[in-house]
Design a protein around this ligand. Structure first.
Ligand code: DGL
Length: 267
């Protein structure tokens, strides 16, 4: 039987729209309800306790709106709060870590895998733990890249400044012959070209947005939750604050304009 309830997707801000874009392309008839916690972004430098509490509030909001699954489209929230969310809610909660990890393991030829993300994501060790759980022989190189998020938010995704920053961050991975790098942050797919040009030749970048969309499709099929809308499913967008330059930023991450956006208070 078809299930036309929306897929709930949340992120600390607007970066999770990269995951919405991947979902819309893989599952076009699904309705999506997105919440960007724009009033409290960034999560990447906050404590585990606070990230857990923000993520729980948002998941309660989305499941209260009737979402059939929740996609934690934020690497920082996925690395810090999956345990509490999966314990507290009965609907499936899907994070971005495991899908990206599986793709990296099958992609890497020499078993040297790099992970880049916010400080909170890297310090949580969530990626390294998940990678080692799938293959204990992989060598994992972790690198926090805190300057990447503000560069993307400022629209500095090409040119000398992001290139110099990327060269500096990737030096250690290149020296260690990493052949696969997980883009462990919602914002990094927008820096793909710069990161690719800073990495050793032949390095594969893993975009967790695409990997998580495939995992959502798998979970929906397995649980008989696939929608059967005849037309393209709508996107309902909620934010906790409408930031300056909202439209441009949203377009940057989603690749198209957002038609409807509502401001909500969730705490
Ligand atoms: N969405 C966050 C992530 O994917 C990046 C922005 C933030 O620090 O909140 O890690």
């Amino acid at each position: 039987m078809a299930d036309n309830r929306p897929i709930g997707v949340f992120d600390s801000g607007l970066g999770g729209l990269t995951v919405v874009k991947a979902l819309q392309s893989l599952l076009p008839s699904e309705s999506i309800m997105y919440l960007g916690d724009t009033a409290r972004v960034p999560y990447g430098n906050k404590s585990k306790k606070l990230i857990e509490s923000y993520s729980t509030e948002i998941t309660a909001f989305l499941s209260g709106k009737g979402c059939k699954v929740i996609v934690v489209a934020c690497n920082t929230a996925s690395s810090q709060a999956m345990g509490v969310l999966q314990d507290a809610f009965s609907i499936p909660v899907i994070g971005v870590i495991e899908p990206g990890v599986s793709m990296a393991i099958t992609t890497s030829k020499n078993g040297h895998i790099g992970v880049i993300g916010t400080v909170a994501t890297i310090e949580s060790n969530a990626y390294e733990t998940a990678l080692k759980n799938q293959n204990e022989n992989v060598i994992v190189l972790n690198q926090p890249c805190p300057l990447f998020v503000p560069l993307v938010e400022e629209g500095w995704t090409t040119g000398d400044v992001p290139k110099l920053v990327a060269d500096t961050y990737l030096k250690g991975m290149n020296a260690d012959s990493v052949d696969t790098i997980i883009l462990g942050c919602t914002h990094y797919p927008l820096l793909k070209e710069i990161i690719q040009s800073a990495a050793n030749n032949g390095t594969t970048l893993i975009d967790s947005a695409e990997a998580v969309a495939m995992e959502v499709k798998r979970v929906l099929s397995k649980n008989d939750l696939i929608a059967e809308n005849k037309s393209t499913g709508p996107l309902d967008c909620y934010v906790t604050d409408v930031p300056l330059r909202f439209e441009g930023l949203a377009r940057q991450f989603l690749g198209s304009n957002i038609e409807h956006v509502s401001t909500v208070s969730i705490h």
